[in-house]
Design a protein around this ligand. Structure first.
Ligand SMILES: [Fe+2]
Ligand SMILES: [Fe+2]
Length: 242
């Protein structure tokens, strides 16, 4: 049920970091969100170490959510080397885990990838020299390519890009400058600015970053890491109308 203006209310939260001793950590919150939004977007680091036990705990809370849940994994969800299993557990619970394929919900497209690091501007790592340096850069390029392919398939007038890593520096300001290159990649920004239908971008990962920024073309970017939102709004999620 969208707003009177036909806009979709998108609630977003990142960096849930569910641990294996958590007891229904997001149950109440997801119920609250279900009453005031149309879609829930999860921006990665859903688990703390990528353990199946952690994913199972979050899966139970996702099952209790009354609105569609879409999202991406984060680097923490890879820590135990089984992101496919984590993803499958969450998918089984009803979450649309974005990576290769975009989805459409009530006329709004959702495209998403985890993204990767690599830096911005003059600090961007170039694919030069050792094979491992090239492989590192390739990872970011691959993620950007997957995002572009999803955005290209969407036929909706409005879409949302969902990431874990940041495509811009604007929303990681507040973090130490020395770690900017580990917080995201400018390469993720190119596909976003290529498509007019992208109306909002959500990401997490930068726990000490800034809530709002814009791509060079002016598309709004929101860092919805719960640690950024809590002190700002008194709650760990943001709601944006798209
Ligand atoms: Fe995180
Ligand atoms: Fe992260």
């Amino acid at each position: 049920m969208a707003t009177d203006e036909g806009r979709l209310r998108v609630a977003a939260i990142g960096d849930l970091h569910v641990m294996e001793d958590s007891v229904a950590p997001f149950r109440e919150l997801f119920t609250e969100i279900s009453n005031l939004a149309d879609v829930l977007v999860l921006c990665g680091d859903l688990t703390n170490f990528g353990k199946t036990s952690e994913a199972e705990i979050l899966a139970e809370d996702i099952r209790a959510c009354a609105i569609p849940v879409v999202g991406v994994l984060g680097n923490h969800d890879y820590e135990c080397g089984q992101p496919e299993t984590v993803s499958a557990i969450l998918h089984e619970a009803g979450m649309k885990v974005l990576d290769e394929q975009a989805v459409e919900i009530e006329g709004v497209g959702f495209a998403g990838v985890k993204g990767f690091m690599g830096g911005y501007g003059r600090g961007e790592l170039a694919p030069f020299g050792e094979p491992i340096a090239k492989a590192f850069v390739d990872e970011a390029l691959n993620e950007a390519r997957k995002l572009e392919n999803q955005l290209r398939t969407l036929r909706t007038e409005r879409s949302v890009a969902v990431l874990h890593y940041s495509p811009i520096t604007g929303t990681i300001e507040g973090e130490p400058q020395e770690i900017f290159q580990y917080l995201g990649s400018q390469r993720l920004c190119d596909p976003i600015d290529r498509f007019d239908h992208v109306k909002a971008v959500f990401h997490g990962h930068a726990h000490h970053g800034k809530y709002e920024g814009r791509t060079p073309r002016g598309t709004p970017v929101y860092n919805v890491a719960q640690f950024v939102l809590r002190p700002l709004f008194g709650k760990p999620y943001a709601v944006i109308e798209v």
